[in-house]
Design a binder for this molecule. Sequence first.
Ligand SMILES: [Fe+2]
Length: 259
Amino acid sequence: MGAAIGVAAAIGVAAVLIFLAAVFVDDWNVEYEEFSFGEGSVELRVAHLSDLHFPRKSVDCARLIGELERRKVDLVAFTGDLVCRKKRVAGSGAYEFMAALSKKFPVYFVQGNHEKYCADRTVCASLRALGVHVLDDETFYFVRGGKRLAVAGVSPGSGYAPSDGARDFTLLLAHHPEKFSQYAEGKPDLILAGHAHGGQFRIFGRGLFAPGQGIFPKYTSGLYRKGDTAMVVSRGLGRSRFPFRFNNRPHVPILTIRM
Ligand SMILES: [Fe+2]
């Protein structure tokens, strides 16, 4: 009887430790997930960052930038929620991180709901002053080896579609993955999105809840396809008002685009 109680207690302690590790240790252990798109001789490496939510980020920022350099990234696409809308942005570390990032890479940024509804209306202007390309329903072109990558950005609530223009590959940055069908109508080759935070709690590869998608959301992590358009969703790198993530490591998709 005493032995059985001891075994049960040991199993209980182990279960609690595994739970705590999944919530707290995993929280700082970034997963870099590689994807490849397109064909052709010109190659571009894109790092997809999302949802850092300064000051509630879950990553060591210096280490993150070092890892992007080690992985030979050419440009960074940031799909919104750099900040928390009810927190003071200045002093949160957000601008220092973006300044350091934009010194190393061209950075393309779209607003998330937390920038769109932030009490501080100067966030986008401040990012532009740091050299970040803020895409507020706009398309920029990144040219390499005679090939043109169109990088378009759609703001939350907008129906913007990438403008016509000569391009070899179209990358659409958006915050909201639940609008996949709407964004795919513009026929971009690849959409990058965030917002879902992996569904907060991940069980058997599925998220539990995401804003805009509800219970058992469809678009929370990784690759999805609709016709000729692909979408990659980042699980993000921070926490919003809901403070816990379970079995849900911070996530940086790395895209190799050939054109
Ligand atoms: Fe977010």
